[in-house]
Ligand binder design. Structure first.
Ligand SMILES: [Zn+2]
Length: 323
């Protein structure tokens, strides 16, 4: 056990002791905000929280204690909520699972097998413990599972580079996963997108399937500014067309989610979600999460978002209006 592990265990033990001794047993209520009210934009969550912020308000990685990864309960919950639950997300970084190796991913796969109905694993990488573990993860992912933060350059706890591109070479296991139908998702975020990884991976055959922001309060304030339109702009700078980046950020993920017909499209009868953008021509410099810079010629600037027919930042349609 490393220092952090002991710290978390001590804190948990103290909490349990307090509950037992001072209240004669008790229940800890751990409030979490459902994804939709919190973000107003995520209709199909993989999970609510990545860290526990219980009582103390300090973050604690969710899988320092594997007891929290219960495949049967997770699988049942996914099955019971199949209208909105797509699958199980598991974070495989060393700073989340410590030295648990493949066990968390095995449990996520097992949960999806129990759930049935094509439940998918979304596997988060970035700083996995060893290069070998990275290949094992890639070998274990099934057709239709999602590798997210696929172009991360985040190092492991020792500062070592253990991602899908190592010393300029795409791992054979990554190419095999790609060919097997594992979906590669960008999930840029505040620490998970490296131009040098993306360029090498794409040159060697691992194209992204979906572009995504991983936007939250921390990532949104990071230098890479991973707003979805910026992520799309970065991939235009890497050679994709506007049509391609739009597809990869809308219709393709809509098809993968596979819940509402025509989700992510503008067809008649599709959910009325849309983002209006300006396409601004002119030089722009993009930054990744490791301070690599690339220049582009086009910037996509969001103007207005519409969700379920209601424009954000505008008054709701008045039910009382005269006509
Ligand atoms: Zn993640």
């Amino acid at each position: 056990m490393n220092h952090a592990h002991q710290f978390y265990r001590a804190r948990r033990d103290a909490l349990l002791r307090t509950m037992r001794e001072q209240s004669g047993g008790g229940v800890a209520l751990i409030p979490t905000a459902p994804e939709v009210p919190r973000n107003r934009d995520s209709l199909y969550p993989f999970r609510h929280d990545s860290y526990f912020y219980y009582l103390s308000g300090f973050p604690e990685p969710e899988l320092y204690h594997l007891g929290f990864a219960q495949a049967d309960t997770c699988g049942r919950t996914i099955a019971e909520n199949a209208d909105i639950a797509i699958g199980a997300k598991v974070r495989m970084s060393e700073n989340v699972i410590n030295q648990a190796g493949m066990e968390p991913l095995k449990r996520a796969i097992r949960a999806c097998e129990i759930a049935g109905g094509g439940a998918k694993v979304m596997c988060h990488i970035g700083g996995v413990a060893t290069p070998e573990l990275m290949s094992q993860i890639l070998d274990a992912l099934r057709q239709g599972d999602i590798l997210t933060h696929c172009f991360t350059g985040f190092p492991n706890n020792a500062g070592k580079f253990t991602n899908i591109v190592q010393e300029g070479k795409l791992l054979p296991a990554a190419l095999a996963a790609k060919k097997r139908g594992v979906l590669f998702d960008v999930g840029h975020g505040g620490g998970s997108f490296d131009f040098t990884v993306a360029e090498a991976a794409m040159q060697q055959g691992a194209m992204p399937d979906t572009l995504s922001s991983d936007i939250h309060v921390f990532s949104g304030n990071s230098p890479g500014m991973p707003y979805l339109t910026n992520v799309m702009g970065k991939f235009m700078a890497l050679g994709f067309t506007l049509e391609q980046v739009v597809q990869m950020a809308s219709a393709v993920p809509g098809r993968i989610i596979n819940r509402a017909p025509m989700l992510g499209t503008l067809q008649v009868g599709a959910p009325a979600d849309a983002t209006l953008v300006d396409i601004v021509q002119g030089p722009v410099e993009f930054v990744d999460t490791r301070n690599n810079k690339r220049s582009g010629k086009v910037q996509i600037k969001p103007v207005q978002a519409v969700l379920a027919g209601i424009a954000y930042g505008r008054p709701y349609n008045a039910p009382f209006s005269p006509s």
